[in-house]
Design a protein around this ligand. Structure first.
Ligand code: TRP
Length: 461
């Protein structure tokens, strides 16, 4: 620990990096789909409440633990809550390791679809092409899958290699504005489509008769995933904040941006889907359906300026995924640097390589490979990929989240948490006792209810 710790160069850079971590496949891939499955309106409202009542206070908690300790996952929890809490940090590191290993596979698909859409933009969309078949073809091609995942892993390693301010922050400063710009273009185009009105009312008009108890838990579970909470990612990013930046302001900004982007992505996708007769029936089946089966084709038949927006959309997916994968890798790498005393460049290659071994398993889950494609550890979760996703979303995030919440609310002294949050730079609306009430009671009860639900068989993945 004798070396100088790298820090964010600016508050904006930090907020963009953390927002980049939060905005990812969860926003573009999971959120629209679960909104669809849970019948929109009322679910969206419940989700917003979960984000505000549980996500925001835990975001502040993770960032404060990081900034206070100036250490990565394991060291941070040990330092602020006591030696035994190092286990929770270790749990977070393992969680990041597993999540990154399969997240990379889907991220890799964005490269494939970018290449394909570029081809269609310049060569025309092949008549009679069934995008469902195309998807199955690419996903079952082992060589292709490995090449795509490897490319994405190399990209992730290349950024983390350069460290926090020269790697992660730079990329976030460059990519996040591009990402916002592309989304804005897509939004403008989508809102001009016939289905826009129906999409907006589906998303924003609550009908509580349609809401099921499981939906509430699903909204809660997703708020963890989408904000990158429960696995020490925000503790790690928080450990690079210099003293004079307000954690409260930063948390609010990250949470609002992540939520707005999730809603915008949903408006875009539903506007397209509702514009096409019969499309809403087709979407149902699978999570990947919307992103990689329905949309590619629609860009070339329905969406205004689709020939330009098609490839841009997959650039968007890739950028959103990359700013998340670098954050995941940083959780593991910073642990190895801080706790094992290995230099960043070596640590990055070591961790990147180890994680890629598991990425291979995930990539081969779709190619009919024995065991990897057929294993069924959890009922109905067939294959390595689904098993890992189920384990992370249902078991690791809620348990890690509960532990972090308890640490922040009950095991860190009031003096410490108050000192971090009420530091003179906090916004006027912030009221420390309210935060404390939420982190001690509301958040733990909410997260514990997820765990209980999971024990009774509710599924979040
Ligand atoms: N928030 C990311 C998304 O929405 C996924 C994610 C979960 C994540 N936990 C993370 C990303 C930790 C980085 C670090 O896609």
């Amino acid at each position: 620990m004798s070396q100088q710790r790298d820090h964010w160069n600016s508050n904006l850079g930090f907020v963009l990096a953390a927002t980049g971590s939060a905005i990812g496949l969860g926003n573009l891939w999971k959120f629209p789909f679960i909104t669809w499955e849970n019948n929109g309106g009322a679910f969206v409202l419940v989700y917003l409440v979960c984000i505000a009542a549980v996500g925001l206070p835990i975001m502040m908690a993770e960032l404060l633990i990081g900034r206070r300790s100036q250490k990565s996952a394991v060291g941070a929890l040990k330092a602020v809550a006591g030696p035994a809490w190092g286990v929770v940090g270790g749990w977070g590191v393992i969680c990041a390791f597993i999540l990154l290993s399969y997240y990379t596979v889907i991220a890799g698909w964005s490269i494939y679809y970018f290449a394909r859409t570029m081809e269609w933009t310049f060569g025309g969309f092949p008549s009679g092409l069934a995008t469902g078949d195309l998807f199955n073809e690419q996903v079952s091609n082992a060589g292709l899958q490995l090449a795509l995942s490897l490319s994405f892993s190399v990209g992730t390693v290349a950024v983390v290699y350069f460290g926090v301010s020269k790697g992660i922050e730079r990329i976030a400063r460059l990519f996040l504005p591009i990402l916002f710009g592309i989304l804005l273009l897509l939004l403008v185009s989508a809102l001009r489509m016939d289905g826009a009105g129906e999409a907006l009312s589906f998303i924003f008009r609550p009908n509580f008769a349609e809401l099921e108890p499981d939906s509430v838990l699903e909204a809660l579970g997703h708020s963890f995933f989408t904000l990158s909470l429960g696995m020490c990612a925000m503790i790690t990013y928080g450990s690079y904040i210099a003293r004079h930046h307000s954690i409260v302001k930063a948390s609010a900004m990250i949470v609002v941006l992540d939520t707005v982007i999730a809603l915008v992505a949903t408006i875009i996708m539903f506007s397209v889907i509702f514009s096409v007769a019969g499309m809403s029936e087709q979407v149902g089946g699978s999570t990947v359906g919307m992103l990689f089966i329905s949309l590619p084709e629609l860009f070339y038949s329905e969406v205004p300026f689709g020939v330009v927006l098609g490839p841009l959309f997959y650039v968007l997916v890739a950028l959103a995924a990359l700013t998340s994968t670098i954050s995941l890798l940083e959780v593991v790498v910073s642990y190895v640097i801080d706790e094992r005393g290995i230099a960043r460049n070596r640590a990055t290659f070591l961790c990147g390589g180890a994680i890629f071994v598991f990425t291979i398993f995930a990539a081969l889950s779709f190619t009919g490979t024995p065991v990897l494609a057929t294993m069924e550890l959890f009922a109905e979760k067939v294959g390595w990929f689904s098993t890992a996703d189920h384990f992370v979303s249902n078991w690791m995030l809620p348990t890690g989240g509960l532990a972090i919440t308890l640490a922040a609310g009950w095991f860190i002294s009031r003096k410490v948490s108050e000192g971090e949050l009420v530091d003179g730079n906090q916004p006027r609306w912030f009221h420390y006792p309210t935060w404390r009430f939420f982190i001690r009671f509301v958040a733990p009860i909410a997260v514990a209810s997820i765990i209980i639900a999971v024990l009774f068989g509710v599924d979040f993945s």
